[in-house]
Design a protein around this ligand. Structure first.
Ligand code: LMR
Length: 397
C-alpha cells in the first residue's frame, strides 16, 4: 500500500535552507528561513532563556505530562504580553488561551475552533501570505478567499485593494491578519488602517484571526501589538496566534499560544474546552520546556527586563541592517531600495524575478526564496558587501 506514495517536492522555505547548508562555497549567504542571526552568524540563546533554563533544571522534579491547556503561568504571561496589562477584555475575564506547539500549533488550534463553530467559514488571506498558513488552516477543512495586500510596484500595502476585497467578507467569515512584521513582505498596516479593519469587522461581522509571530521585532513589544489591541478593544470576538519562536528565540522548543477574546467570560471558558479537545485529538498535550522557560521570564521582573533589553537590541539591529542594506544595494544598482528601510521585521521582498533569485543561488550561493523574500536578520557585516554586489551583478544581467 505504501509503495503508491511518491517523493514530494521540498518545502519552499526549509528546502532552500537545506540546500544552503550543503553548499560548500565559503561565501554563501543564507537569507531563507526567518531566524534571527547575530553579527557572528549564529542564532543566539537569549541570556534570560539561559538563566531561566538553569533555574528550571535545578528545580524540575518531574517530566509528567503538561495539563491539556499547558502551563498556567505561561498562559497568563502570554495574554498580558499580547493584549497589554491594561486590556479591558482581560480585566473582564473575556480572554482565555491554551499553550500550543509553536505559533503553527496556535494557528491549527484556531482553525479547529473556527471549524467547530462554522464549518463553512471562508478564511480571507492576504496576497501574499506565509505559505504554511494554507495547509495549517486548510487541513481542517476551511476554504479560502484572497484579499489584495502587497503592491510590488509601490513596495507597500495596497490598502484600497485590501478594503475593496474585504468588503465581500461576511458574518461567518474569518479574516487572517498579520499582527506586525508581515511575512513575507514586511509591509504593515498603520494604526489608522487597523481602525478601518475594525470598522469593517463591526459592520460586516467577520471574525479577525491575527497571527502575531513577530511581536517585538518591528518597532518594539508595545507598538507591534497596537493593531491587535485596537481590534480587541473594539470587537467582541477575536482569535490570536502568538509565538515565542522569534521574540524569545525558542524556535525549536515549539512555544506558542492560541488566545481567544470572547463576548463573555463563560464563552472564554468554553473556548478553552473546545481547544483542549481539539489538541487532544491532534497531539494530546503541549511540550513543556519552552513554555516553562517563557513563563518564568514573563513572571519574573528581573528576567523580563533582561529579556526585553536583549529583544530591543535585536530589533534595533534589524532596523539598522535595513538601512545599511538599502544603501549598499543602492551603491550597486540604480534601483530604488528605500522600501527596505520602511518595512518591518525580518522580511522584505527584494523585488527580483524567480529567475534572478535562482541566478543568485546558482552563481553566487546567495539563498533567498524564489519570491525574493529575504531574511534581513541573516545579513551581517561580513556578508553585506558580497550580497549587495551579487544582487547588483544579477540585476545588470
Ligand atoms: C519563515 O517564514 O521562514 C518562518 O516562519 C519559519 C517557517 O517555519 O517557515
Amino acid at each position: 500500500m505504501l509503495d503508491k506514495l511518491t517523493q514530494l517536492p521540498e518545502d519552499s522555505i526549509l528546502g532552500l535552507a537545506a540546500a544552503c547548508r550543503v553548499d560548500p562555497n565559503p561565501h554563501k549567504v543564507d537569507l531563507t528561513v526567518g531566524i534571527y542571526m547575530s553579527e557572528a552568524g549564529i542564532c543566539p540563546v537569549f541570556d534570560a532563556v539561559r538563566l531561566a533554563q538553569q533555574a528550571l533544571i535545578e528545580e524540575e522534579t518531574t517530566k509528567a505530562y503538561m495539563p491539556p491547556a499547558g502551563d498556567a503561568t505561561f498562559n497568563t504571561g502570554m495574554q498580558r504580553l499580547v493584549m497589554g496589562g491594561d486590556s479591558p477584555a482581560l480585566a473582564a475575564g473575556r480572554v482565555s488561551s491554551i499553550q500550543t506547539p509553536g505559533g503553527c500549533g496556535a494557528i491549527r488550534i484556531g482553525a479547529e475552533v473556527i471549524h467547530a463553530a462554522a464549518p463553512d467559514a471562508r478564511v480571507w488571506v492576504s496576497d501574499p501570505t506565509w505559505p504554511v498558513h494554507i495547509p495549517l488552516l486548510g487541513s481542517v477543512g476551511l476554504s479560502f478567499e484572497t484579499y489584495r495586500y502587497y503592491d510590488p510596484a509601490e513596495h507597500g500595502v495596497n490598502f484600497e485593494g485590501m478594503v475593496a476585497d474585504l468588503q465581500q467578507a461576511r458574518r461567518g467569515d474569518v479574516v487572517l491578519l498579520h499582527g506586525c512584521c508581515h511575512n513575507p513582505c514586511g509591509a504593515d498596516l498603520s494604526l489608522e488602517q487597523w481602525g478601518t479593519i475594525a470598522d469593517m469587522a463591526e459592520r460586516q461581522g467577520f471574525l479577525p484571526f491575527v497571527d502575531i509571530a513577530y511581536q517585538g521585532l518591528g518597532d518594539g513589544l508595545e507598538t507591534d501589538a497596537a493593531g491587535v489591541r485596537l481590534l480587541a478593544e473594539r470587537l467582541p470576538e477575536l482569535i490570536i496566534a502568538a509565538s515565542c519562536s522569534k521574540n524569545m528565540g525558542l524556535y525549536r522548543e515549539r512555544t506558542g499560544a492560541a488566545i481567544f477574546v470572547c463576548a463573555s467570560a463563560d464563552n472564554a471558558r468554553a473556548l478553552v474546552s473546545q481547544a483542549q479537545v481539539a489538541a487532544r485529538r491532534i497531539y494530546s498535550m503541549p511540550p513543556a520546556h519552552g513554555a516553562l522557560l517563557a513563563g518564568r521570564i514573563l513572571s519574573d521582573e528581573a528576567l523580563t527586563a533582561n529579556w526585553e533589553d536583549e529583544l530591543q537590541a535585536m530589533c534595533r539591529r534589524i532596523n539598522g541592517l535595513r538601512t545599511s542594506l538599502m544603501s549598499k544595494l543602492q551603491q550597486h544598482s540604480d534601483r530604488d531600495f528605500s522600501f527596505i528601510e520602511r518595512e518591518k521585521g525580518m522580511f522584505s521582498f527584494l523585488g527580483l524575478t524567480p529567475a534572478q533569485a535562482l541566478a543568485l543561488r546558482e552563481q553566487h550561493s546567495v539563498y533567498m526564496l524564489d519570491s525574493s523574500r529575504i531574511n534581513v536578520a541573516g545579513v551581517n557585516g561580513a556578508n553585506i558587501d558580497y550580497l549587495a554586489e551579487a544582487v547588483g551583478k544579477v540585476l545588470r544581467g
